[in-house]
Design a protein around this ligand. Structure first.
Ligand code: NAD
Ligand code: UD1
Length: 309
């Protein structure tokens, strides 16, 4: 049984990862529940600390006491728009806490098997080259993207400079069960799902022509496990489906699946919003990964889950 720490493990992706790992691992979760929910993990056997990862003393004690084999670093303020409103606060968690953890591991020579940091497609910005490869130029346009890029570089360079077993991933737009829909900054598909179920109006920022590479959370979890356990290099991987869909088309497909017409109110584009996003996942496929849930079947699975809650 490996000892696994998931920061942000009560959140959307972290809790799905915990469910996938819990049978064969001893799992510890740190989450301040700012976005995560206890109910996401209450049906599994994990050690849970409701705590802020920016409390360095707390994290140091936890790390030195437990000697984790695997650390999945997912705790973050995950909203791009929120980081534009609160750049300094979001920087503390999205970058400072990551660096502090890496530094504590380095200085104390903690015997980790892998430290995995979760970065974002947001680092690519609005440059015109598509699809985005891991080697494409980056253009971080928001505090969120700047912090993700910096933390990703720290993660990889701690691998190269100090021989720590690190790796970073860039998620594109992840959707599926347990994504918290209750904040105006929540992921768009969780908000749409909730609006559909409760027959509430949905605010669409822009005209819906912005594209995203939506990837189902089940695929993301499988990719995270594969990368952390089956690769060795300190490098970065895109995690995505490899498709590109305008938001308005996603809405139409979802309406078709649910049989419910979404009531849309249009508003101006959000500040810093990316207009186009699509991943090249050749590198991920190179380690034997294939996405299992294309958009339509992922949306169906999500709707089946949510409509029964
Ligand atoms: P999420 O908001 O559901 O999960 C993040 C978790 O971190 C939440 O449970 C939140 O309560 C917790 N958290 C926030 N600040 C904290 C703090 N100071 N101390 C302790 N816990 C704290 O978001 P998610 O979609 O599950 O994202 C997980 C990771 O993946 C994040 O790092 C996010 O930036 C990254 N990411 C997500 C997506 C996506 O599409 N969902 C895409 C790219 C990158
Ligand atoms: C998302 C993730 C971010 C990740 C990035 C990677 C969340 C909250 N954000 O950001 O962590 O790093 O993908 O690609 O998970 N929109 C609306 N109405 C709404 C909400 C959103 O029209 O109520 C629009 C947005 O303006 C945007 C699109 O939907 O154009 C997607 O928004 P969002 O789900 O917040 O995702 P990203 O900003 O792409």
């Amino acid at each position: 049984m490996a000892k696994v720490l998931i920061t942000g493990g009560a959140g959307f992706i972290g809790s799905n990862l915990a469910h996938a790992l819990v049978d064969n691992n001893e799992i510890t979760i740190v989450d301040d529940l700012s976005m995560g929910k206890k109910k996401n993990i209450e049906d599994i056997d994990v050690k849970f600390y409701e705590h802020d990862v920016c409390d360095h003393e707390f994290m140091h004690q936890l790390l030195s006491k437990n000697k984790f084999d695997y650390i999945y670093y997912l705790a973050a303020v995950s909203s791009v728009a929120d980081s534009v409103v609160r750049p300094l606060e979001t920087h503390q968690v999205n970058q400072e806490s990551v660096l502090d953890t890496l530094e504590y591991i380095r200085v104390n020579k903690l015997p980790i098997k892998r430290f995995l940091f979760t970065s974002s497609a947001a680092v690519y910005g609005n440059l015109p080259d598509f699809p985005k490869k891991e080697t494409s130029h980056v253009q971080p346009l928001t505090p969120y993207a700047i912090d993700k890029y910096a933390s990703e570089r720290f993660t990889i360079d701690y691998g190269h400079l100090y021989d720590l077993p690190t790796v970073a991933v860039r998620f594109f737009n992840v959707y599926g069960p347990r994504q918290n829909p209750d904040s105006p900054y929540s992921g768009v598909l969780s908000i749409i799902t909730k609006c559909m179920k409760n027959n509430k109006p949905f605010i669409l920022y822009g005209d819906g022509s912005q594209t995203r590479d939506f990837v189902y959370v089940g695929d993301v979890v499988n990719a995270l496990i594969k990368i952390s356990t089956e690769t060795k290099e300190s490098t970065v991987y895109n995690i995505a489906d490899g498709g590109e869909t305008p938001l308005i088309d996603v809405i139409h497909t979802y309406e078709d699946i649910s049989g419910i017409k979404l009531n849309i109110n249009y508003k101006e584009n959000r500040n810093g919003d990316i207009t186009k996003s699509k991943a090249d996942i050749t590198k991920l496929k190179g380690i034997g990964f294939e996405p299992s849930w294309p958009l339509r079947s992922g949306l169906k699975k999500y709707w089946d889950y949510y409509s029964k809650l």
